[in-house]
Design a protein around this ligand. Structure first.
Ligand code: SAM
Length: 219
């Protein structure tokens, strides 16, 4: 798969996200991670899939100073920008893979697999494949956190999502043009929803959703 669009978008990506959504997407991506208390078991190793320009990575580096973080990101441009935000100590704790997650393979078991705003870009078959990879690479008590857009009710939201897919298609930054049916998708990949939280107010009411998932067979 090649989404060349993200190399083009990379220098403007964070600015555009902030302009349209403010802090909404970041708040949603970090919601469950922020709420891990000092008595909760903190992750020792985290996988971030499609981390873009590194906002979530920077958050994880700060929140989990002992963790090693592995980033699988398709776009070289995004990784280049991420690297400009890191110091030497940070870099020593990160493994970057400029690769397609759908063909990436590893035997490492992660305590968290983070999938922020990636599922919406993929066709159904690849969404399932990505979730299977996430499950396969999960430690025994590991969790998958999926954060993404959800189908809203309002006209404004439908127009916004429609515009997003339209512009991403022009930029070759998506394969799909509709959002996942999350519950069916997770059920078909044997993932159980432990927690779900919706984000967004007023015009963006509940436009974003974050799921905490575990494989069904670990119950
Ligand atoms: C919509 S952006 C989201 C970026 C970031 N997660 C955020 O919320 O700001 C999607 C990101 O996923 C990456 N991506 C898309 N498909 C991918 C794949 N198959 N493997 C790895 N990364 C992928 C893109 O290059 C892009 O950086």
């Amino acid at each position: 798969m090649s989404f060349n669009g993200y190399n083009l978008l990379a220098p403007y990506y964070q600015f555009l996200v902030k302009l349209v959504y403010g802090d909404l997407l970041f708040t949603a991506q970090t919601y469950y991670l922020k709420r891990l208390s000092s008595t909760d078991r903190h992750p020792k190793i985290i996988l971030i899939i499609g981390g873009g320009t590194g906002q979530l990575l920077l958050f994880c580096l700060k929140k989990f100073p002992d963790a090693r973080i592995c980033c699988v990101e398709l776009s070289e441009g995004m990784v280049k920008i991420t690297k400009t935000k890191l110091n030497l100590n940070d870099t020593a704790r990160i493994d970057f893979y400029i690769e397609d997650i759908l063909t990436w393979s590893s035997s490492i078991k992660f305590d968290f697999v983070l999938i922020p705003f990636v599922l919406d870009l993929l066709i159904e078959k690849d969404r399932k494949h990505l979730l299977k990879i996430a499950s396969k690479n999960l430690s025994a008590s590991g969790k998958i956190l999926v954060t993404d857009f959800r189908k809203g009710n309002g006209i404004f939201q439908s127009l916004l999502i429609g515009f997003m897919y339209w512009s991403f298609r022009i930029l070759n930054a998506t394969q799909n043009n509709s959002l996942p049916e999350y519950e069916a998708l997770f059920a078909s990949t044997q993932l159980s929803i432990e927690r779900e939280k919706r984000f967004g107010k007023r015009l963006l009411n509940e436009l974003v959703v974050s799921y905490e998932l575990t494989p069904c067979n670990t119950k």
